[in-house]
Ligand binder design. Structure first.
Ligand SMILES: [Zn+2]
Length: 421
């Protein structure tokens, strides 16, 4: 009898037009995850969240969380009202566990030019019957698994090296170093070093680095010339712990990885400095550090380059770089508008001193590289998270831009190399 009742109850539950609603669950327990859950109103489907700031000084905007148990319902996600929370096309959404992404207001923007309102602090999402793992993020997340997936195509090549720069500060992880070794005779004339993620959350820089790598390893004449004339290293995650743990990273206390070039608090900065000084000896040193800017508006919705502080030595090269990049990227998806570039400042070697005086012994990577006697060109570029001109940024358009950035650098070095001969 008891069994019969249980069976009937089960049948009723299955056939009921009002299925038992599961509990909405929100978490960030995966690589790159970041959220602080303030409250979940299960009755009204309202979730209040905010970015988890951890050791960030001041406010910051990176978040990346997962929602489960919300199938067949519409949920409102509320963020703090005091600041701008989302980029120009709103939060980014993935319904396949973080594999592919689409910005919430992308369609609106592309069809009518309407941006996600800067003053809007909430959004809603309707979960389908199979949406058991839906993710929301500020930009497009990029962690070690993305790097491993992209780099798999190069694992079997004999003319590259997968190395480790050092262990991360937590000693839990390797800090990757990818090397494209010099193939010429004698010593290389150029030494090229590229870094990304000094600021952990700045994920839009990473596909650009992928594009730079793919250009270096391509059959393009400039790429072949590069491999015959330069030793090239890439460090994809300067703040490896921060990337995997989902930290903001920017303005980390007491200072972040890109203000550590005097104090060397972080093992990756210490190891990178030693590597560059040792390996670039006798070669002309070229360095580029890849970043992402702020939330939205003005130059944040483009990509741009920072002018040098070593004006006399590097400003002419920087201007050639800008002209050539405009040419190389003119048919690219992401429009380059050089007017957004930040002009150089004539501070010369004293800039490290001026950082020291004001901010207590802090220096950024490019300022430090520019102070080295063999520095030929050192630059920092910032790639927006969501929008570039009238295009929505995707990993593919980032890679396309990266290929052209590397092509531009290679063209300049090839021209200069030819002049010396
Ligand atoms: Zn940055």
């Amino acid at each position: 009898m008891k069994l019969k009742i249980a069976f009937l109850l089960l049948l009723l539950a299955i056939l009921s037009p009002f299925p038992v609603q599961a509990e909405i669950r929100v978490d960030a327990d995966f690589p790159g995850g970041n959220v602080k859950v303030e409250s979940i109103d299960q009755e009204n489907n309202v979730v209040c969240v905010r970015p988890d700031l951890r050791d960030t000084r001041g406010d910051y905007f990176y978040f990346y969380f997962r929602v489960a148990g919300a199938e067949n319902s519409t949920v409102t996600f509320k963020f703090p009202e005091k600041s701008t929370n989302f980029g120009a096309v709103g939060p980014n959404v993935s319904v396949d566990g973080g594999k592919t992404w689409r910005f919430l207001a992308e369609k609106d923007y592309l069809t009518s030019g309407t941006k996600f309102p800067a003053e809007q602090h909430e959004f809603t999402w309707t979960f389908g019957p199979n949406d058991s793992d839906v993710r929301f993020a500020f930009g497009t997340p990029y962690t070690q698994s993305n790097w491993d997936e992209f780099m798999a195509q190069y694992r079997a090549r004999e003319d590259v090296r997968f190395e480790t720069l050092c262990r991360s500060r937590s000693d839990k992880r390797d800090v990757e170093l990818f090397r494209v070794p010099y193939l010429g005779q004698g010593k290389p004339r150029f030494y090229l070093a590229f870094t990304a993620r000094h600021h952990a959350c700045e994920s839009s820089a990473s596909p650009v680095m992928e594009g730079m790598i793919s250009f270096c390893l391509s059959d393009a004449p400039e790429a072949q010339w590069l491999r015959q004339n330069a030793e090239i290293v890439f460090i994809p995650f300067m703040d490896k712990d921060g990337v995997e743990e989902g930290d903001q990273g920017k303005n980390r206390s007491p200072h972040d990885h890109n203000r550590d070039y005097v104090q060397e608090l972080y093992p990756s900065v210490k190891a990178f400095k030693a590597l560059i000084v040792k390996e670039s000896e006798g070669a002309k040193l070229v360095f580029m550090d890849l970043h992402a800017p702020s939330i939205r508006g003005g130059r944040n919705d483009f990509f741009y380059s920072h002018g040098p502080i070593e004006m006399k030595k590097m400003n002419p090269i920087w201007n050639r770089f800008r002209d050539k990049l405009a040419e190389n990227q003119k048919d690219g998806t992401l429009k380059y508008e050089p007017k957004w570039d930040v002009p150089g400042r004539s501070e010369g070697h004293n800039s490290i001193k001026s950082f020291t005086g004001k901010n207590g012994n802090l220096s950024s990577s490019r300022v430090w590289v520019q102070s080295l006697p063999n520095a030929y060109f050192a630059n920092c570029m910032e790639f927006g998270y969501t929008l570039c001109g009238n295009a929505v940024i995707t990993p593919e358009s980032g890679r396309e831009l990266g290929r052209n950035v590397m092509k531009t650098l290679a063209e300049i070095l090839k021209e200069d190399g030819a002049k010396e001969q």
